[in-house]
Write a protein that binds this ligand. Structure first.
Ligand code: GLN
Length: 450
């Protein structure tokens, strides 16, 4: 714990943490030592972890990267983080993220961007760590924690993992409780770990997962020993390569990485076959309707009355307006407006209902592939390696949204996906491949990823 706290202090320039909880970390480590002295050793005993700042942490400020929650100190603990501490882990602090997890670069945080610890060979240009769990990914990559908790609504664990050479898994929707996690899009949000190895990710997910009566969408399914799956043979597994993922303009570097990944699996005894997921091209536009509709509803609660910042007005309506105008950043405001529009009378059927139908078709594509005996799907995690800070945060938000082209389909279908480091770009940056599994098939993903 002391070593990590020291590293956090000396790496403040990365801006990975929005809050380092030195005193709390030392107290938790002390308690852990006492438990250990009594022979009471949990599965994560004494392991120092960082937590994305959208997990409510009891008496520790929780902002979700937003000014509107700049002074919010929850009087309760999220289920997932509570499980980590119950298993012996130590909280080092809260990690930076895009505001309300909306973004792919961690540049929309009210606390400034996080810097990726990686640089192009021979370059000093600062790169983004991806997002929205960019603080989590940067902290894991720079060894500012032993592992971290992130969240993934459309790629926010897997894309930053790919950009930082770390392992990140978004489990099946319902595998981890969402209770106490600040909601972005409730039908898509999932918790998951980022770690330096597949094995570490397996150990962390085992502690984070499990049914929770406080989240009606959490699944009452037993949590397997994921670590035991890490070394398991993949001989005879059928891996699908979805032809629709060969998107126009895919860089030769990513295409080669993908081929190399397929070959690695063949060498390990798996069978690799081409498959079709015909509705793939509709996933991204449909995601940006469903996610923003849910976000506009979830973010209605930040009204200056119940949480965080308040800006006074002449009457209550003006107080709401001023509070929300001052408290939300531009990307969040844009999304609330789009989400409200697609839910409004007259547009609801044309946009929201239609996007939900597309979602069903996307889910069916995967069900058909699994019914034909496919065990997992192999795809790139991202269209490119990490990009420069400021490079994609300009006038056209779609530039950033295109980052999610390979990741959002799983969230729409509720499926698990793992991003695993698979090589370096010609400029020396990490690249990730993604494995997509059957519902609650995380064990299979861990063995394939390893
Ligand atoms: N980049 C995607 C978005 O902005 C996904 C974010 C996430 O997974 N939280 O919606």
């Amino acid at each position: 714990t002391e070593a990590y706290l020291g590293a956090i202090d000396s790496s403040a320039a990365l801006n990975a943490y929005v809050l380092a909880t030195h005193d709390k970390a030392r107290a938790m480590a002390q308690t852990s030592d006492e438990r250990r002295a009594q022979g009471d050793v949990g599965p994560l005993e004494g392991i120092p972890l960082g937590v994305k700042d959208n997990y409510a942490t009891d008496t520790v400020r929780t902002t979700a990267g937003s000014k509107i929650l700049g002074n919010f100190v929850p009087p309760y603990e999220s289920t997932v983080t509570g499980k980590l501490w119950a298993d012996g882990a130590v909280l080092l602090g809260k990690l930076n993220q895009d505001e309300f997890a909306m973004g792919s670069s961690t540049e929309s945080s009210a606390f400034g961007p996080t810097v990726n610890p990686w640089r192009k060979t021979g370059s000093t240009t600062k790169l983004v760590p991806g997002g929205s769990s960019g603080g989590s990914a940067a902290a894991v990559a720079a060894q500012l924690c032993a592992g971290a908790a992130g969240t993934d609504t459309g790629g926010s664990i897997r894309q930053p993992a790919a950009f930082t050479g770390t392992v990140g898994i978004k489990p099946t929707y319902g595998r981890c409780s969402r209770w106490g996690i600040i909601a972005y899009a409730s039908s898509l949000d999932q918790a998951g770990p980022l770690a330096r190895s597949v094995n570490d990710a397996a150990i962390l997910l085992r502690s984070m997962a499990g049914h929770d009566p406080k989240d009606s969408t959490s699944a009452p399914i037993a949590v397997p020993d994921y670590e035991a799956a890490v070394g398991a043979s993949v001989r005879g597994k059928r891996i699908g390569i979805p032809v629709e993922y060969r998107v126009d303009g895919m860089s030769s570097e990513i295409a080669m990485l993908w081929d190399r990944g397929a070959q690695m699996l063949r060498d390990a005894g798996a069978e690799v076959v081409e498959i079709s997921l015909p509705h793939t091209k509709y996933a991204l536009p449909a995601y940006y309707i469903v996610a923003l509709a849910e976000a506009s509803s979830n973010l209605a609660r930040y009204d200056g009355v119940r949480y965080g910042e308040r800006v006074a007005g002449r009457d209550i309506v003006e107080m709401y307006e001023k509070t929300r105008a001052a408290g939300f950043g531009p990307e969040v405001r844009r999304r609330i407006m789009i989400g409200t529009y697609v839910l409004s009378a007259g547009y609801y059927d044309a946009y929201y209902v239609r996007a939900q139908k597309v979602r069903t078709l996307i889910k069916r594509d995967f069900e058909n592939a699994f019914a034909e005996g496919i065990d997992a799907v192999l795809a790139p995690a991202t269209p490119s390696p990490a990009f420069g800070i400021g490079e994609k945060s300009g006038a056209d938000p779609v530039e950033m949204y295109l980052q999610d082209v390979f990741t959002v389909t799983l969230n729409m279908a509720g499926l698990p996906g793992i991003s695993v480091p698979a090589g370096l770009s010609s400029e020396g940056l990490p690249l990730g491949l993604q494995l997509i599994g059957r519902p609650f098939g995380e064990e299979g993903l861990f063995s394939l990823a390893q």
